[in-house]
Design a protein around this ligand. Structure first.
Ligand code: OSB
Ligand code: MG
Length: 364
């Protein structure tokens, strides 16, 4: 097992309600079986604890001290068995996701089936949306939207925050009346804020993502009851059990499923299955993944319940050069699902090595 801390510069600064970033550091997990088969996974935690409690340092520490020995000492036939053992570690979903995705990549490689098929996917290509950060001015935001719509992206998501909401969103809606549009607050609003959402309710949005703090499920349910626009939960859904609670409370009508936030593909597929059984549409969210995590997101998005465009933009939206030999490419708003065994993308080892800040190897 190898763990690498890898840094890539972002082509464009990305600001959310909580913070801004210019480069990202993710952990790349490699699992090599005794007969030489290889599976790659990605832990895509942000550096700081603003999206969730995890950080790249916490992931690195938990991966080295707890997950690496646990994974290496576990014999497994199917990745879901490994996920069940890793669940002994509470929380730390981003850290677990790197190992879980590497196990799925290894398993699909050894089984000779594409990862998407191994997960239950049945689409040849997936619809891509794009997530746009908070810009210094409305004009700069309009430029970003024009550029991405021009590239063919099939849905645009705008980050909002108190003080940057109705005005920029209305400006985008006016300039692009037909573009499927949604907003994401990353939980930045106090639970007594309703007026802003009533105004956004008139702008023909596909959804309003995570208006309130993650645990405020009762408040999300109260807001959903007075809005036409569906609420979408992101940060609130870390466990499949959180989805059970949210469904029972009617806290939202759409779910963003993230591989990282759920702790891997195993849990992401379970959340998908539960949402599908309840008639709740889902889409795949992103954490600005490098090529390895991005490939896992594409595979997941091919499952039947992913009926809304996912945040699976091409690598070029974030990185001048990705860590895979071929970047993920979005053409006219679609990303092809690989048909070869395993992940379908190969790491570019020399480039990966050149971007690696720290490296840890363990073997049994
Ligand atoms: O809320 O979806 C989010 C990025 C970092 C943290 C949280 C979020 C995001 C994104 C980026 O919106 C989506 C992507 O990877 O393209
Ligand atoms: Mg979100």
């Amino acid at each position: 097992m190898e763990l690498r801390r890898v840094r890539l510069p972002l082509v464009h600064r990305f600001r959310t309600s909580s913070h801004a970033k210019r480069s990202l550091e993710h952990i790349i997990v490699t699992l090599t079986s005794t007969d030489g088969a290889v599976g790659w996974g990605e832990t895509a935690s942000p550096s700081g604890p603003y999206y969730s409690a995890e950080t790249v340092d916490s992931c690195w520490a938990v991966a080295r001290s707890f997950l690496a020995p646990l994974v290496l000492d576990t014999g497994w036939e199917h990745p879901s068995e490994l996920a069940a053992v890793m669940a002994r570690v509470r929380g730390n979903h981003f850290a677990r996701a790197g190992f879980d995705t590497a196990a799925w990549a290894l398993w699909s490689q050894v089984s000779g089936v594409p990862l998407a098929e191994a997960l239950g996917g049945d689409r040849a290509r997936v619809e891509a949306g794009v997530s746009l950060g908070i810009e210094p001015t409305v004009d700069e935001l309009l430029e970003q939207v024009a550029r991405r719509v021009g590239e063919g992206y099939r849905r645009v998501k705008l980050k909002i925050a108190p003080g940057w909401d109705v005005t920029p969103v209305r400006a985008v809606r006016t300039a692009f009346p037909a573009v499927p549009l949604h907003v994401d607050a990353n939980g930045a609003y106090p639970v007594d804020e309703v007026a802003v959402f009533r105004q956004l309710d008139h702008l023909g949005l596909l959804m309003i993502e995570q208006p309130y703090a993650p645990r405020a499920l009762v408040d999300h349910a109260a807001l959903q009851a007075v809005l036409e626009t569906p609420l979408c939960l992101d940060e609130s859904i870390e466990e499949v059990d959180d989805l059970v609670t949210a469904l029972r409370l009617r806290a939202g009508r759409i779910v963003n499923i993230k591989v990282s936030r759920m702790g891997g593909l195993t849990a992401a597929v379970r959340a998908h299955d539960l949402a599908l059984a309840h008639g709740i549409p889902v889409w795949c969210g992103g954490m600005h993944e490098f090529g390895i995590g991005r490939a896992a997101n594409v595979a997941l998005s091919s499952l039947p319940g992913f009926t809304l465009p996912s945040d699976v933009s091409g690598s070029a939206k974030y990185y001048a050069r990705d860590i895979t030999t071929a970047p993920i490419v979005c053409t006219d708003g679609w990303v092809e699902v690989p048909t070869t065994a395993g992940l379908g993308y190969t790491p570019d080892l020399p480039f990966l090595t050149s971007q690696t800040l720290d490296h840890h190897t363990t073997a049994r």
